[in-house]
Design a protein around this ligand. Sequence first.
Ligand code: ADP
Length: 544
Amino acid sequence: KIQNTRKRAPAYPPGVDVTVFDQAVDELRGQLGTDNVSLNDQPLIDGWYMEHPNTHDMMHVLDDEELVPSAMVYPGSTEEVQHVVKWANKYRIPIFPISMGRNFGYGGAAPRVRGSVLVDLGRRMNKILDINPDDYTCLVEPGVSFFALHDEIKRRGYDHLWIDPPDVGGGSVIGNAVDRGVGYTPYGDHWALHSGLEVVLPTGEVIRTGMGALPGNNTWQTFPYGFGPYSDGIFSQSNFGIVTKMGMALMPNPGGFESFVYTFPKEEDLTQLIEIIRPLRISNILENVAQLRHVIQSIAVLGNPRSTYYTGDGAIPIEIIHEAVSESPLGDHTWIYYGMSYGPPHIRKYKLDIVDAEFKKVPGARRIDPATLPPDEYFWTRDRVASGTPDVQELRWVQWVPNGAHIAFSPVSPIRGVDATRLIEIARRRHDEFGIDLLPAFIVGLREMHLIVEIVFDRNDEARREAALKCLRAMIDDAAACGYGEYRTHLVLMDQIAGTYNWNDGALMKFNEKLKDALDPNGILAPGRCGIWPKRYRGRGWEM
Ligand code: ADP
């Protein structure tokens, strides 16, 4: 039944006999309907962000045939998810749940174990189950994207409700929250703002967390904790359950908003600037997760290939970037801060005057008047995202190289100048070593920041893929040696990063493994995700 129309024969679940697998697939088709189970036996086609494949990782840093499922299944209800889970236990077939698979840069729709069966929840389970205009909450299924939630709120005329979209808005609200993604309004910490999960466990039972465990409750989306141990945490960045419903807080329309952008002239300004940002951010004068981006990003996000500016070897010289940016409406700069102030004009003015006085302590700091910026300027993307309107422009920098793909290094640090410079130094040294352009941005949360360094590489060029991966692996080790760890990562790097969280002889991973073995005795659910391997796989060379 599976034809070899590809570079490599289509994948099968490891350790499962081919004829047994075919029989198992037929059985599942009988349960879910023929249309809802498909084999991954067609050529791999990349598509683009909004029409992304669920057959492989289209931003693949390994060969695209490496992390592929054997089949994709489309359950239509929680009961059907339970069917799939019980089926997987019966045949010991690894399954890998995704919501929508637009997790670009972290693996997309791909499973960690080649030949897993992909459980694509989003295709049919895509209902907005509730939007409560009085409590400012919603309840969604895995296939609800930020765009869909936003549009439905508008359609119902709820102008008093805002959502919080991440950089690119086509992904799933659930998928993003369970992977602990962030957005840019004051409601940017999605995981912190969720309330209530429905989860199918790896053995097929369903639970509701928090108040959802109390029949007849009316507080599932308003009080996240319920009674007893708070179990939600173990269902984020894990492989302990399949989330079929999630509640989420919605933000009140703040009654006005105003984006602002400042530029700073020199590389060295970073240290002083971060020191200025910290108290302003903690005291909420800087109200949203802000982005402090390097000048190279200002150029890359225009969407022109780097060859427009430079065709030589190695990383692009910084003088060329400065020359290119000096022609732009932003003028020459090295760092650029995008922020947003919320509330009616007099409230905004109070905060913005403080920000202005503090930021201008950096010699040469300039506030750019948004009225001078053309409608296609990237500033307006940040403006939309930070005011609750999903957008996709952010991805333009992927065109920096031909067949562009991206993968990120994202260490967490305190909001301190010394940490910012130390991390930049680590990244720059390794980027220079591997001849990669350094594209850094600091994403400043309330008391910590993530440095996000996106490596953009030609996914059809094996040597460039390898350079990207080696550079990343080196940066992860360098950062860990200084006490920094990543907040999230691509499938390929999960073992390495989990290995850096090894205090007290790996006590945390031992605990995770204990949970995994208790909850998933047959080891069928997303083996290896976030470095957690079930017993059947441990010590058998699966780590990479
Ligand atoms: P998005 O739809 O936002 O692109 P994904 O669906 O790709 O996000 O989800 C990111 C990752 O989070 C997936 O690879 C998967 O491991 C995990 N995940 C997503 N949705 C669920 C879910 N409903 N239950 C369990 N894990 C999930």
